[in-house]
Design a protein. Structure first.
Length: 315
């Protein structure tokens, strides 16, 4: 029987989707790729395969899950299966360098960025930002891993040569200009089926780790999900959001065969938009959705249902 297969490595981030699949009475199976095998000579089952592999899998002890997912996706695609967020999406998920190059290709402005491997090379790369605030981040990250703000190269040296330096899992550290916004928030645009669904405003006043998943806890450094300050929540869906940048985002997604994504941007004091992240393993915050009456995982389940029905017609 043809069914929906959900490829992932973190059940906590997938529960909300599987609940919606059950709600719609859809046949599905989870492929948890903490470890496993791929028989290249075997034929994959019929179905729709939705890839939710995360760039931050190594932080949960699943160091090689993206590599295993890459093999699985290649196998599925070679056998002509319907894959949502396939090999190209995974390539972008685990590399901000590829994300920025692809965004710039379609006229989307990204912050000035230099990629470096090696501590001396990180310090050398920072020379391009002399006199300016800059940040470091991991090339393969997720949840804002490795994001640090620096006022000077000397401060960076103390960090790089100190005990708190975080070595990126792929060895690549990004040094990036710091975009100062007059208000402490970023905007995350959610897309399903390659089309814009809604935008959420995320409060950044308490840090950079901005994963919207309900499963995040305050044990994750700076992760604000679940906390609710007296005056406002960290995540607020923006009613009737529109900006011309959405058309460019959709072009980028279409060109890279990405059906599901959350794309984040920030505005500087002049109103210039800088886009800095494409998250192909996007999550949704239930509190923000309940207040707005919009439900990303429900829309995702409906999209997968449509894909499954289309496949049945074509078989």
């Amino acid at each position: 029987m043809s069914k929906i297969y959900v490829i992932h490595e973190n059940s906590e981030w997938t529960d909300h989707l599987t609940k919606r699949l059950k709600e719609l009475d859809l046949p599905f199976e989870e492929w948890h790729l903490e470890n496993g095998t791929v028989d290249l000579m075997a034929e994959p089952p019929q179905g729709v395969f939705y890839n939710r592999m995360s760039a931050s899998s190594h932080t949960r002890g699943h160091r090689y899950s993206p590599e295993l997912a890459s093999a699985v996706l290649a196998w599925l695609e070679r056998n002509g299966r319907t894959v949502i967020n396939g090999s190209r999406a995974l390539q972008l998920e685990v590399s901000k360098v590829l994300q920025y190059l692809e965004l710039e290709k379609y006229g989307v402005k990204t912050p000035k960025t230099v990629a470096a491997v090696g501590k001396e090379q990180i310090l050398e790369a920072a020379q391009a930002f002399k006199g300016e605030k800059f940040i470091t981040k991991h090339n393969r990250a997720g949840k804002g891993l490795g994001v640090q703000l620096f006022q000077s190269i000397e401060a960076l040296r103390n960090y790089v040569e100190g005990e708190t330096f975080e070595e990126p899992v792929d060895g690549i550290t990004l040094i990036q200009e710091y975009i100062e916004s007059p208000e402490s928030y970023i905007t995350r645009c959610e897309f399903i089926g390659g089309k814009f669904v809604y935008a959420v405003r995320v409060d950044t006043s308490e840090g950079f780790e901005l994963c919207p998943a309900d499963a995040c806890t305050i044990d994750d450094l700076f992760c604000p999900v679940g906390e609710e300050p007296a005056e406002q929540t960290k995540f607020q869906i923006v009613p009737d959001f529109y900006d011309p940048i959405l058309e460019k985002y959709e072009q980028v997604l279409a060109a890279n065969d990405i059906k599901v994504a959350g794309i984040e941007f920030i505005k500087d004091k002049d109103g210039t938009i800088y886009t800095y992240d494409i998250n192909t393993n996007t999550n949704y915050n239930s509190d923000a959705e309940a207040k707005a009456g919009k439900y990303g995982m429900l829309e995702m389940a409906k999209f997968l249902k449509d894909q499954l029905e289309k496949q049945k017609v074509n078989i």
